[in-house]
Design a protein around this ligand. Structure first.
Ligand code: R5P
Length: 303
């Protein structure tokens, strides 16, 4: 897949492997941004310029935004510098987009991080490509991130393909109302029986879940969600489904955040297998997203 100009995929050294996969799928070259950390913690970046000290007119930056805080500073430094070095069109490929869950001030004075971080990234990039951003109270990414081109892909269908192979005839369950959108996409693709739980969150590691009306007796259940963070949501849903007679419960998520003891908590709850997309590198990765990301990149760069 050749592109009209000499666009390149810029990346940081900790994402060399996904950058190479994306560049190969898109027919682009991948070039590393050098990063130096000063003794006091500040960063210095050096972008890969050509012999005349310039970047291509169109540049792509790959940065999946798990553990996002320092990466946001990297993006600020890299994007502003790329403009100075000749890049006129900048695309951010962020397979995981951080801060999308904090989309409302639940208490007076709280930051609505979705809007703040979305606005910040829109000020740096012309286009953003991401996968399953957590859009709950808004419908389109542009409402949080007003870029010229916003492309949202989903892991639900490729995960559904995997589930159909590994657990044909599975009962697909979403652990909360927000997962209904991904459950609907996955169920439509393979005609899975499906249902969605209701959840109330009381704290970071404290949720209450109610199962929907379903007959889980003897069924192979797969819990599908956009992400697992502490794993408490999926762990509680698993316990309830096993108590309701499920023969097995496996887990499929787009974003494998799995903070702290999340995987251990899932295992202790009785989860069998855990599958994820490679939007966030993790041992559970079972679905590659380089192909869909590269196709989206072509659409963005051709526009
Ligand atoms: C929120 O609704 C998300 O879709 C996930 O359900 C949530 O982030 C999972 O969090 P945790 O794994 O910490 O329970």
């Amino acid at each position: 897949m050749a592109l009209p100009d000499a666009s390149c995929v810029l990346y940081f050294d900790d994402e060399a492997a996904p950058a190479q996969r994306l560049a190969q799928a898109a027919g682009l070259t991948a070039q590393a941004i050098e990063r130096h950390r000063f003794p006091d913690g500040e960063l210095k970046l050096r972008l890969p310029v050509d012999a005349s000290g310039r970047l291509p007119q169109r540049a792509v930056l790959l940065r999946s935004l798990h553990q996002p805080n320092e990466k946001l500073v990297e993006l600020l430094l890299a994007a502003r510098t790329a403009r100075q070095l000749g890049a006129q069109h900048l695309t951010l490929v962020a397979p995981y987009l951080a801060y999308m869950r904090q989309d409302i001030a639940f208490h007076p004075g709280e930051a609505v991080s979705q809007q703040v971080v979305g606005g910040f990234l829109a000020g740096l990039f012309d286009a953003v490509i991401t996968v399953d951003p957590h859009l709950h109270r808004i419908e389109r990414l542009e409402q949080a991130m007003p870029v010229t081109q916003a492309v949202v892909l989903s892991g639900a269908e490729p995960l559904a393909d995997l589930i159909a192979q590994r657990r044909p005839g599975a009962l697909l369950v979403g652990p909360d109302g927000e997962s209904a959108q991904w459950i609907a996409q996955a169920a439509a693709r393979h005609s899975f029986d499906h249902a969605v739980c209701t959840k109330v969150r009381h704290g970071d590691r404290n949720v209450a879940i109610e199962l929907p009306a379903l007959n889980a007796q003897g069924r192979a259940v797969v819990l599908l969600d956009d992400m697992a963070s502490t794993g408490r949501t999926l762990a509680l849903a698993t316990r309830l489904l096993l108590q309701a007679g499920a023969a097995s419960v496996d887990v499929a998520v787009t974003h494998a955040l799995f903070a702290g003891d999340a995987l251990q908590v899932l295992t202790e709850a009785g989860v069998g297998e855990v599958w994820s997309t490679d939007c966030i590198p993790h041992p559970s990765n079972a679905v590659a997203m380089a192909g869909p990301l590269a196709a989206a990149l072509h659409r963005v760069l051709a526009a």
